[in-house]
Ligand binder design. Structure first.
Ligand SMILES: NC(=O)c1ccc[n+]([C@@H]2O[C@H](COP(=O)([O-])OP(=O)(O)OC[C@H]3O[C@@H](n4cnc5c(N)ncnc54)[C@H](OP(=O)(O)O)[C@@H]3O)[C@@H](O)[C@H]2O)c1
Length: 244
C-alpha cells in the first residue's frame, strides 16, 4: 500500500486530497494544527488514516511530529495562509512576516523533516498559486511567498531528479475554501475543492512537473503575463479598489 503525507489537511484543498487518496486506497498521513478539526474533516475512523498535528511555524514541533513518518511514496506540502496588504503606505511588516513564515519558512521546516524519508521513485509536490503569474493588487505578501515557493520547487525538481524523486509545482486558480470565502472581490473561474482535488490527483498520477488549473483561467492568466509590464501595470491599477 502506498503512503502519502499531506499538510494542511484539516480543511479546503488538503482535506479533499486526504479523503481522495483514502478513497483511492492509499495510507494517508493527514497533518494540521488541530486534532479535532482533522477528525471532523476526514473519515477519521478509516484504518488507513494517521493524523499528525503541528504548527508549521515551529521548527522543533514540525521536526518532532514528522520524525515517525519514513518510507513515504508521496508528500504534498499544501498548508498555507493568505493575508492581503490593504494600505501600501502603511506597509504591515508583521503581516508580511506571518505570511512569509507560514508559507515559505514553514514549508522549509517540512522539507527538512521529510525530504530524506521519501522513497526512491517517490514524489514531492508543493502548493503554490496562479498569483505568481502576474503581480496583483494587495498581494505583496501572499504573491511574494508563493513566488518563493515556485523557485524553491523548480530548483528541487532539478536537484532531486538524480535522487529518483519527482517534484511537482501545483498552481491553483480560485478554489472555494475557507481561504477564499473571506474574499470580498469577484473570483473568476472559481472551482470546488473536489474539482481541485481531481486536477491534483490526475496531475500527480502523471508525475507532471507543473499542475496548473482550472485550464481556461490559467490560459487567460498566462496570456496576460505575456503583456509588456507597463501595459499590465495600467490594467492592474484599474483593479485597485477604494478601502471598504
Ligand atoms: N483556495 C484557493 O483559491 C487557493 C488558490 C491558490 C493556492 N491555494 C493554496 O492552497 C493551499 C490550501 O489552501 P486552502 O484554500 O485549502 O485553504 P484552507 O481551507 O484555509 O486550508 C489551509 C490549511 O493550511 C493549514 N495551515 C494554515 N496555517 C498553518 C500553520 N501555521 N500550521 C499548520 N497548518 C496550517 C490549515 O490548518 P488549520 O485548519 O489549523 O487552519 C488548513 O488545513 C494554501 O497553500 C493556499 O495558499 C489556495
Amino acid at each position: 500500500m502506498k503512503r502519502i503525507l499531506i499538510t494542511g489537511a484539516s480543511s479546503g484543498i488538503g482535506m479533499y486530497l486526504a479523503n481522495g487518496y483514502l478513497a483511492a486506497g492509499w495510507h494517508v498521513i493527514a497533518c494540521g494544527r488541530s486534532l479535532s478539526k482533522l477528525e471532523g474533516a476526514i473519515s477519521s475512523a478509516h484504518p488507513e488514516l494517521t493524523l499528525c498535528t503541528f504548527d508549521i511555524n515551529s521548527q522543533s514541533d514540525v521536526l518532532e511530529a514528522l520524525k515517525p513518518f519514513t518510507s513515504l511514496d508521496s508528500v504534498i506540502l499544501n498548508a498555507g495562509t493568505c493575508e492581503y496588504m490593504d494600505d501600501p503606505l502603511l506597509f504591515d511588516s508583521s503581516l508580511f512576516k506571518r505570511v512569509i513564515e507560514t508559507n515559505v519558512i514553514g514549508t522549509g521546516y517540512c522539507l527538512e523533516g521529510l525530504i530524506g524519508n521519501i522513497n526512491q521513485g517517490g514524489q514531492l509536490a508543493i502548493v503554490s498559486s496562479s498569483v505568481t503569474l502576474l503581480p496583483l493588487t494587495r498581494s505583496e505578501a501572499y504573491g511574494a511567498s508563493k513566488a518563493a515557493l515556485d523557485y524553491l520547487t523548480r530548483t528541487l525538481a532539478i536537484d532531486l531528479s538524480p535522487k529518483g524523486i519527482a517534484v511537482s509545482l501545483i498552481r491553483p486558480g480560485f478554489v472555494d475554501t475557507a481561504l477564499t470565502q473571506k474574499n470580498t472581490f469577484s473570483m473568476p473561474g472559481i472551482i470546488t475543492g473536489e474539482q481541485a482535488c481531481k486536477y491534483i490527483m490526475q496531475g500527480l498520477e502523471k508525475r507532471k512537473l507543473e499542475i496548473n488549473f482550472p485550464k481556461v483561467f490559467f490560459f487567460i492568466m498566462n496570456l496576460l503575463s505575456l503583456l509588456p509590464n507597463a501595459l499590465w501595470r495600467r490594467l492592474a491599477i484599474k483593479m485597485i479598489r477604494a478601502p471598504e
